[in-house]
Design a protein around this ligand. Sequence first.
Ligand code: ADP
Ligand code: MG
Length: 271
Amino acid sequence: MSEAMISVNDLVKTYQMGEVTVEALRGVSFEIVPGEFVAIMGHSGSGKSTLMNVLGCLDTPTSGGYRLAGVDVEGLEETDLAHVRAVKLGFVFQQYNLLPKLSALRNVEMPLIYRGISHAKRRARAVAALKILGMGDRLDHRPKELSGGQQQRVVIARALAGSPSVILADEPTGALDSKTSDEIMGILGRLNRNQGLTVIVVTHEADVASYANRVLTLRDGKLVGDGPPPTHTVVQSKTAQTFPPCSRASRCCCESGSTSRRMAAKMTSQS
Ligand code: ADP
Ligand code: MG
């Protein structure tokens, strides 16, 4: 059995607001193996962003364990955490906005500068990532000269250019119309299938979650569901095909090799 990419054990996160204690996470445990595509769902205030911040090493839990790619994260100092973030994780968070005065290319290059990667290498990596995202002809455009969907492609290219093991996306389609949202989720699905990236997406939309192989559901800071998404909807231009739910408990029929998985891959690669 492959070692878990992410393993959280009894995570608790409380916020003290004056007299009031908010229990944002109340004992959450799960494992995610390399190459999974996981959606985290739940109502507003259920703890999704808090959990993503912990998974992203952006915040520390009040108690509980977190192992990322075999490293015990809770024992690390800030400098080591920053290193883990830069090397292992790619962020597609709404608050990680693009820098408005920089071109798409410079935005994608920026995190690589902080990692000390040489100019030639970072330029090559940034161009390659933007090309994968279909943005090869928009390298010199600034964010305001791009559509919302194109800006989100640049954000994903920036995450990808760091060669992460895991992409963490918090409501990546929250500001997009449904067609563009399908495009962005299709891209994340292809990165998961073709490059073996582990992808974790927070969403409150069932359509978005249907791209994942597994859905973790939070309610009031607790994990109340762990299973396949209700349906898999693969959008090909204007037509959509829905696959029935999988009867298996935690891993879905779209695992590599199954018929519906191959159909899904074929259809998304054509779109
Ligand atoms: P979601 O992303 O599912 O909407 P959050 O993780 O943002 O939920 O929030 C979970 C709970 O924790 C909410 O009750 C929220 O008000 C509270 N919370 C989140 N961040 C903070 C914070 N920095 N300080 C105090 N309370 C917070
Ligand atoms: Mg949130």
